[in-house]
Ligand binder design. Structure first.
Ligand SMILES: *[C@@H]1O[C@H](CO)[C@@H](O)[C@H](O)[C@H]1NC(C)=O
Ligand SMILES: *[C@@H]1O[C@H](CO)[C@@H](O)[C@H](O)[C@H]1NC(C)=O
Ligand SMILES: *[C@@H]1O[C@H](CO)[C@@H](O)[C@H](O)[C@H]1NC(C)=O
Length: 372
């Protein structure tokens, strides 16, 4: 009896479902989203340490320095950031310590490199026409005493500025007349140098001293700007950018603070702190200005496990308000290979590149070809 009643209920429910006219609307929606991105890890010849990366201006040739064996990589790169053809050349011998890379304007198509352990700054013709062709040494500048250990090099008009990582100096030398130079005593250890776009001062971050040195190029006067303990420590990456100098704090072997600084035209420092879950305590190693900073209001940061094995290796896109005074948005993209001690970041119109120090790879993140 009970069984029959249950059947009756079920049949009546089924009839109701069949009879009721249920309208399920189907409506086209927009497929118009931002472009698709692709991620590639370009493999290089194995080396204990892969460091700097630059694109030779107006070419599709990328140069990468492998410091541990003093090898320069030349790569032809396609629109999607994929290395199509590689050449590798040892500069000096395996202990020469190739590190710094910088394009030259004074010598078109040439690049400056530092051989940190040989105490040399060298102008190279990278021979972009032929990836297999060995770069040609055009000019060799011996670092004057007491300078020792050229790390970063940058060309500013007739001058080169270089950090002496071993002796803790900043060298400024005329590349047309190398008898004309100045050496400024820094605190341990200067890493990068940037020229202020408004006040013309030079700045260097000293990563073992938690201090930034300002050099007045007219008077030669130097001044230390201490990093407040509550902001963090270990200034590393430092670049000239929108409305001033931008630099990051790496933190300690245990912890980062997701903090970076901006030096305004009066030499005053304002610190910004990331607030997203993966950004807040990030170990920031380096940074790069977006190719179109006036439109995008964007700075790209690289986080690294270089001194803190618990830190993420990632790229953080940070969007600011138009005056670059406030952070509007943070987007974190982790590198596929973690614990790689991500080292440098380089941007083109279509691609974000990052070197992975310990895995001998160059990460590339680009707008996919299929995007219309
Ligand atoms: C590398 O070259 C430097 C400078 O010429 C020299 O002092 C050093 O002994 C060389 N090292 C090796 C391993 O050949
Ligand atoms: C460096 O070169 C020296 C001398 O040519 C060689 O004995 C040594 O194995 C090389 N070291 C590395 C790390 O390649
Ligand atoms: C950042 O570190 C602080 C102190 O170490 C901790 O309290 C906080 O939860 C961390 N924030 C995030 C987002 O992980």
């Amino acid at each position: 009896m009970l069984f029959c009643q249950r059947w009756a209920v079920l049949v009546s429910v089924l009839l109701q479902v069949a009879i009721a006219k249920v309208h399920v609307p189907v409506t086209p929606v927009s497929t118009d989203r931002a472009v698709t991105f692709q991620y590639v890890e370009n493999t290089l010849p194995l080396a204990a340490q892969t460091h700097e990366v630059i694109m030779v201006p107006k070419t599709s040739v990328m140069l990468v320095s492998q410091m541990s064996n003093s090898v320069l990589i030349k790569a032809r790169v396609d629109r999607q950031g994929v290395f199509q053809h590689l050449g590798a050349f040892q500069l000096g011998n395996n202990s020469s310590g190739l590190h710094g890379l910088a394009p030259s304007k004074a010598y078109k198509g040439k690049v400056w490199v530092t051989l940190q352990n040989d105490n040399l700054i060298v102008l190279l013709d990278p021979r972009v026409d032929d990836i297999s062709a060995a770069p040609k040494v055009v000019k060799v500048i011996r670092v004057p005493k007491p300078g020792l250990g050229p790390h970063y090099v940058g060309e500013y008009g007739d001058e080169l500025w270089s950090t002496m990582q071993t002796s803790s100096h900043v060298l400024r030398i005329n590349h047309k007349d190398t008898d004309v130079y100045s050496i400024y005593k820094a605190q341990p250890k200067p890493v990068f140098i940037a020229k202020h776009p408004i006040n013309g001062m030079f700045y260097t971050g000293q990563d073992d001293s938690s201090s930034v040195m300002q050099i007045n190029p007219k008077t030669g006067e130097t001044k230390q700007i201490a990093i407040p303990v509550n902001a963090g420590q270990t200034p590393v990456g430092m670049i000239s950018g929108p409305l001033g100098i931008w630099f990051v704090l790496l933190g300690t072997g245990e912890k980062g603070t997701g903090t970076f600084g901006h030096i305004d035209a009066d030499g005053k420092v304002k610190f910004h702190k990331l607030s997203s879950a993966l950004g807040a305590n990030a170990s920031l190693l380096h940074l790069a200005i977006d190719p179109h900073p006036d439109i995008s209001h964007t700075i790209w940061f690289l986080t690294s496990s270089i001194i803190n094995p618990k830190a993420l290796d990632s790229v953080i896109k940070v969007v600011f308000n138009p005056t670059y005074s406030e952070i509007i948005k943070e987007e974190v993209t982790v590198l596929p290979t973690q614990q790689c001690k991500a080292h440098r970041i380089w941007l083109t119109d279509t691609t974000v590149f990052a070197t992975e120090l310990t895995s001998s790879k160059v990460f590339a993140w680009s707008k996919a070809a299929a995007a219309k």
